[in-house]
Design a protein around this ligand. Structure first.
Ligand SMILES: [Mg+2]
Length: 257
C-alpha cells in the first residue's frame, strides 16, 4: 500500500492558479488521515497557502492533519511543513538561484519571446509581470499572473508557442533547463532542479521509498513538467483535470473504507 500521495497542482488539483475546488478540498482532507500528502508545483509558498492549505482548513482540516501535508514549493526546491509546537509552517530547506542566474534566464526568455512575437506586455493587467523570480526558478507566464482562465487556456492549448520559446532559450542560455507547465508557463531552473530534485528530497525527508509514492500529474508526456517523475520510476496517474484526480481519489478512499 502507498504511504504518500503526491500531486502536481496546476490542472491536477485545480483550474490553473485558482484555489482547489470543494470536492478536491474535501477529498484531500480525508487523505490526510491515511497518507502523507505532498503537493509539488512551480508556484510560491503564498500560492500554496491560498490554493491548498486555506481550502483544507475551510473543510475542517485539523492542525494534526496538517502535519501530514508537505508543501514542495518551487518544484520542490523549497520544502515547508506544519510545525505543531510553533503552530505555523516552517521552511525545512531552500535552494535559491543566484541573482546572476536570474538575470541571465530573464534576458533569454524575454529575447526569445520577443523575437517570436509572443512577448505580449500590452495584454497585462496593471502591475502584473510576465517573468517572475520565484527564488528557486524563474517563471514565464505569457499573459501574466492575473489573466483570466479562459484567456490562458486559449493562448497555447497545444504548447506549440512555448515549445518554440523553449527551443530559442536553449540556444541563448543552454546552461539552464526549461519546462512547460500550467497553461501559459515556462519554468527555467538549473539542470536537475526539476521535480526529480523535489521528489528525491521528498524521499529523504519523509524517509520513504519510490514504491511508497503515487504521483498525480497532467503533464506526464516527454517535455512536460511532470515527466521527470515518470522517468524516476515513480507510479504515476496521468489526469486531464481535477475531475480525473477526484475520480481516482474517490476510488482510493473508497477501497480504504
Ligand atoms: Mg500541471
Amino acid at each position: 500500500m502507498k504511504k504518500v500521495l503526491s500531486f502536481d497542482v496546476d490542472q491536477t488539483l485545480n483550474v490553473a492558479k485558482t484555489p482547489i475546488p470543494d470536492e478536491i478540498a474535501e477529498l484531500l482532507t480525508k487523505c490526510l488521515d491515511k497518507f502523507e500528502v505532498c503537493p509539488i508545483s512551480g508556484q510560491k509558498f503564498d500560492q500554496f497557502l491560498i490554493q491548498i492549505v486555506n481550502r483544507l482548513v475551510e473543510f475542517g482540516a485539523t492542525k494534526t492533519q496538517l502535519t501530514h501535508l508537505h508543501l514542495f514549493v518551487a518544484q520542490g526546491t523549497q520544502y515547508y511543513r506544519f510545525n505543531l509546537a510553533k503552530n505555523d509552517w516552517e521552511q525545512v530547506y531552500n535552494y535559491p538561484l543566484t541573482d546572476e542566474q536570474v538575470a541571465k534566464i530573464t534576458s533569454a526568455i524575454k529575447t526569445a519571446a520577443t523575437e517570436l512575437g509572443y512577448w505580449e506586455e500590452d495584454k497585462l493587467a496593471l502591475g502584473d509581470e510576465i517573468i517572475e523570480n520565484r527564488l528557486s526558478q524563474v517563471t514565464f507566464s505569457a499573459l501574466g499572473q492575473k489573466a483570466g482562465t479562459e484567456a490562458k487556456y486559449a493562448w497555447d492549448p497545444d504548447c506549440k508557442k512555448r515549445e518554440k520559446i523553449v527551443a530559442r532559450c536553449k540556444e541563448l542560455a543552454p546552461e539552464f533547463a526549461y519546462e512547460i507547465g500550467g497553461t501559459t508557463s515556462i519554468n527555467a531552473v538549473t539542470p536537475g532542479m526539476n521535480k526529480v530534485f523535489g521528489m528525491t528530497h521528498l524521499l529523504d525527508e519523509l524517509k520513504v521509498a519510490k514504491e511508497d509514492i503515487l504521483y498525480f500529474g497532467d503533464m506526464t508526456q516527454p517535455g512536460g513538467n511532470d515527466y521527470p517523475v515518470v522517468e524516476m520510476g515513480i507510479d504515476t496517474i496521468t489526469v486531464r483535470s481535477h475531475e480525473d484526480t477526484a475520480y481516482a481519489l474517490r476510488g482510493i478512499l473508497g477501497v480504504l473504507k
